[in-house]
Design a protein around this ligand. Structure first.
Ligand code: CO
Length: 146
């Protein structure tokens, strides 16, 4: 039951920033901010994005650039041609539990759980119920020793 559910957000995992040119954006973080740990851009066809993580001591910036036809960030970049802050991502223990709790609490869940950039399932919550912020929930990664 929703009332007694102990669901709560886990750590902030990353902030998503949509960019028109991911290589240029990564270079910007190197040149201007001195960041040396930036992952190589990778395509994520199911989500229609190419992504790279800027690794910082306290977390990550996820740079995302449109990939393929009908990328979900195409329209965002049309409205923000130089790029812009696109979403924030929090970790949750169980993505299916998170989806049903969010729906029960009146959030608009935009997709069924699908594999995100960290290789774990993610869902997105419509900004209209979250102070205008697009929220990504990702199932936390299980640390393995190998
Ligand atoms: Co993200």
């Amino acid at each position: 039951m929703t009332q007694i559910c102990d669901f709560k957000l886990g750590p902030l995992n990353h902030v998503g920033v949509a960019v028109p040119d991911i290589e240029a954006a990564a270079q910007h973080y190197r040149d201007v901010f001195g960041v040396t740990d930036i992952t190589k851009p990778q395509d994520l066809p199911p989500q229609g994005v190419t992504f790279a993580f800027v690794n910082l001591p306290s977390g990550q910036i996820e740079l995302i650039q449109p990939y393929g036809e009908n990328s979900p960030i195409e329209k965002f970049l049309k409205n923000n041609p130089k790029g812009g802050q696109h979403h924030v991502c929090y970790e949750v223990d169980d993505i299916h539990e998170a989806k049903s709790v969010m729906e029960a609490r009146g959030m608009t869940v935009l997709n069924d759980p699908r594999i995100g950039a960290h290789g774990t399932p993610v869902i997105f919550l419509h900004p209209r119920h979250n102070q205008g912020v697009l929220i990504e929930l990702m199932e936390k990664q299980i640390n393995t020793d190998d």
